[in-house]
Design a protein around this ligand. Sequence first.
Ligand code: HEM
Length: 493
Amino acid sequence: MSLRSCRYLLARSFFDGRIRPQSSLAAIKSCDEIPGPKPIPIYKIFEDLKKNAGRTHKMYVDLHKEFGPLVQMKIPMISMHIFFISDPDLIEELLRQDVTHVRPPIRIWNDYRVRANQAFGTLTTDGEEWARMRKIVDKPMLKPKAVDNYAKDIHIVVEDLLDRFERIRGPDMIVENLSSELFNWALESIGSILYEKRLGSLSDVKNPENDKFIEAVRSMFATTVYLFSLPPLLSRFIMRSKWKEHEEAWNTIFRVAEECTSAKLEVIKNVNRNEGEEVGIIEYFAERMPLKEVYSNITELMAGGVDTTSNSSQFVLYEIAKNQNYQDNLYREVQENIKENGLVDLKNMKYLKAFIKETLRLYPVANSVGRVLQNDTVLNGYLLPKGKMIAYSPYALGRKESLFKDAGVFKPERWLRDQPGQDKVHPFAHLPFGFGPRMCVGRRVAEMEMQILVCQMLRRFRLELVDDKPIDTWCDIIISPAQPIRLRYIVRK
Ligand code: HEM
């Protein structure tokens, strides 16, 4: 940015009142002065992608170690200019003042919707359209009372998973392919909430459509890594086969979700409701948004509900098996909170919640959470112009020693506030679900699914690691285990 345009932005920001009067004009620096690596030329993008395959989350750790809490990255040929922050005070300043909640779009996802004549859902849209839809989606997805109503179904799905584990365990008590089992469980859980019916992902005779959906979500994320940093037209031209794979993945995702949604809409047509009667999610949406948006939002919720909860749950089970003393603590808490109806009362389970929080600190699903600045903004003494992208990496924050003592150590106690001598954690140092009105809409469902999974799993099994080989993380848009997690499931007497 030239000095002239920088001065112009500064002057404009003063008039707009976005720079506090005490900030002296001379002290505010241009964003060009923010430290960062040398811009990647376009011909090196593929080399860079290859070099960092699966490790972009670790790259963010390295970036902040080398360049500090505010870093800039540039790919000039495609006009990509993004800032990364890892100081929770700055993250708080940014997210609290942000009233527009515009996330950097993943252009190929949007491009697919336009080309396939599909509507956008809350995941892919912004501005007034997003705000209108999000208001509708929030109620059945985030309101605690609404989410409590899903507990019974989530519980039944977990029990089916555990019955299945007992059936498929080998003589050595090992369940192979945990990731596939948990993908199916997560799909079954979100399906039971959205469609109020069972999809059959956990039965021995499976519906092939479920496998196709799971594979399509995996492929959609995996191909996104290659395609998203280029303009859609260019990536379609240069990486034809990846584009085809990406498009086919979305076709399957939309087709399977649409078939389930249409079947539910057919059922709803024939139901006579009493005034004020509680309705399910699809009916609730259908009364409040155009049909095309019902389809797109249900599709995005179904797709968003699979890899996220399943990968996090894999890490939760791994840490339980790895830390037998923590497993004992968890089991004790579960036993103390069994209600008369046989279900576990999740409300008071502080240790369980701390355990899941600690898992998401070390293994957050989202690689980065970003916003597009809607105003010229001064952050850390630099002027960041309107329209620029800014992001934080939950993984880099979680691994930062200055924010978490013994950052590499799994220690659920750090989240128990009533324990003496606990370090105070900055509230903006741990945001695995994002923050504010744009926060993950599936958060409460995901938390409840994981909590019920752990409780019921521990009531039935003691978990043990098969071997001591460390498990690394892999990242393609979302973070997952780099190696298969192999556990023994020993039935409790
Ligand atoms: C451990 C589980 C999960 C994690 C860690 C997670 C994380 C996130 C994060 C970081 C965001 C971006 C938030 C922001 O920009 O501030 C997000 C958005 C979103 N998530 Fe999740 N998620 C999880 C589970 C789920 C589930 C189960 C669903 C579906 C039921 C879901 C659906 C969505 C959707 C639709 C959005 C976009 C919302 C919007 O932009 O308005 N997520 N999630």
